[in-house]
Write a protein of this length. Structure first.
Lengths: 159, 281
């Protein structure tokens, strides 16, 4: 039994018809054509599907789209204007913090949430916050360095 | 995923009515971090899902010096982890919420859901037991309260009757600010289940131990208190080594892919001893 809901994604409202069993990850990817968030496991263990719902990072493979009706959703596509990169995205590029890239939208969205809640995290803070994001390629070190780079810049700018 | 009907009640009473009407065919959805995994795997195939996530009345953490801390059934583990009242008064609970899953999981998962899923290894169970928590329940028969030892009846089993839902978890004021120790022993530092979970709380007065709680998780069909061990450290002459041995005897763990039963028993003894030394220091 389909229901019409309003998905507020990256600042735009999309009316979408969904069945209750449809996952937010799938509606975002296949009905809204926003393929940044990825499916890595489908059980909330890998973090590749991470998006912000009302500002909080969540694993969207465990969210029914119908429960996201009228909530504010941010995917990796919404972190900067089209064609632009956020400061954190630029740091990932500069630090070569990605290889195949499949985990990166989840990492970038989750780390964006970290820096919004805590602009000056320690390395321990960064490692703890990103525990729910798995990467098979990089060994994580450059990812942490990219995040800490932005944290350091933020500290310098407010000093 | 298996198809189901979806109901979004506007009040707790509506939720209870919907649950009573649908009976065993319905499942409650709050965070969904257990339910959705179970539906995807086919373990559960509910005909109806009743969504509680928008019930604001379930999302409050309230402290009252007389009645203690009331945590609504919709409160997430992330909220429990970060709440100043929980951190100040029931820090073992904040710590145990912190070690569940990941930030993303804790933003969805609820404390009530963790409790109702009733995994023997649930991370928040030992702290809830060690703080004498009770569960508020609403159902066709009205409202009732349950102790945790009455609530958990087996792995994945609770004493909730048809049509009943948990509305809140209450921690008594008498348990606030007890000395505490909590350790989740796991293979991985994150995103892993506990091999052993130990929570110790203690209340001291004039050099004597007035109340001691030793709660063990992941080492029995349900999370349990080692009551004989607690008696050995209550009073003027706490015998920590004896209590640690008695705790080991109270555990009945299994062998599984994370650890052997023998290892788990040995770690119960080690962690209870450590916990008592810290809590009674």
């Amino acid at each position: 039994m389909k229901q019409l809901i309003n998905l507020n994604v990256n600042g735009s409202v999309y009316p979408v018809e969904v069945e209750p069993r449809e996952r937010l990850l799938d509606v975002i990817r296949y009905k809204l054509d926003l393929t940044g968030p990825k499916e890595g496991c489908g059980t909330g263990d890998c973090g590749a599907c991470t998006m912000l719902v009302d500002g909080k990072p969540v694993t969207s493979c465990l969210v029914l789209a119908i429960t996201a009706d009228n909530k504010e959703i941010t995917t990796v596509e919404g972190l900067a204007s089209p064609g632009q990169l956020s400061e954190l995205q630029r740091a990932f590029v500069e630090h070569t913090a990605l290889q195949c890239g499949i985990c990166i939208p989840g990492f970038v969205v989750n780390a964006t949430a970290l820096l919004r809640e805590n602009p000056h995290p320690s390395e321990a803070d960064v490692r703890a916050w990103l525990e729910g994001n798995l990467c098979r390629c990089t060994g994580y070190q450059k990812i942490f360095e990219a995040v800490l780079d932005v944290a350091r810049d933020a500290a310098a700018n407010t000093a | 995923m298996h198809a189901f009907d979806y109901v979004e009640p506007q009040t707790i009473e509506e939720a209870a009515q919907a649950l009573a009407a649908a009976g065993a065919e319905a499942r409650l959805l709050a965070g969904g971090t257990d339910l959705l995994v179970q539906i995807e795997s086919g373990k559960l195939q509910p005909q109806q899902v009743i969504y509680l996530g928008n019930l604001v009345e379930l999302q409050e953490i309230a402290w009252n010096p007389a009645t203690g801390l009331t945590i609504g059934a919709g409160v997430t583990l992330r909220q429990v982890e970060q709440d100043p009242e929980v951190q100040a008064r029931y820090p073992a609970l904040a710590e145990s919420a912190r070690v569940v899953g990941s930030v993303q999981i804790r933003n969805l998962a609820t404390l009530a859901g963790n409790l109702c899923n009733a995994s023997p290894s649930a991370d928040t169970s030992p702290a809830l037991l060690a703080y004498d928590a009770e569960v508020d329940i609403l159902g066709p028969g009205g409202a009732r309260a349950s102790s945790l030892s009455d609530f958990w009846t087996g792995p994945g089993q609770t004493s909730l009757r048809p049509g009943e839902l948990v509305t809140a978890i209450r921690l008594p004021a008498t348990a606030a600010e007890r000395a505490w120790y909590y350790r989740k022993l796991s293979v991985r530092r994150a995103m892993d289940l506990a091999m052993v979970g130990v929570c110790v709380t203690a209340e001291r007065a004039n050099g004597s131990v007035r109340e001691a709680r030793i709660a063990l998780g992941a080492v029995a069909p349900v999370c349990l208190r080692a009551t004989e061990a607690e008696a050995l450290v209550t009073g003027d002459a706490p015998d920590i080594a004896a209590a640690a041995r008695a705790s080991e005897a109270a555990a009945s763990p299994i062998d599984d892919q994370r650890a052997s039963a023998a290892y788990r028993r040995a770690m119960v003894r080690v962690l209870v001893e450590r916990g008592l030394r810290e809590a009674l220091a």
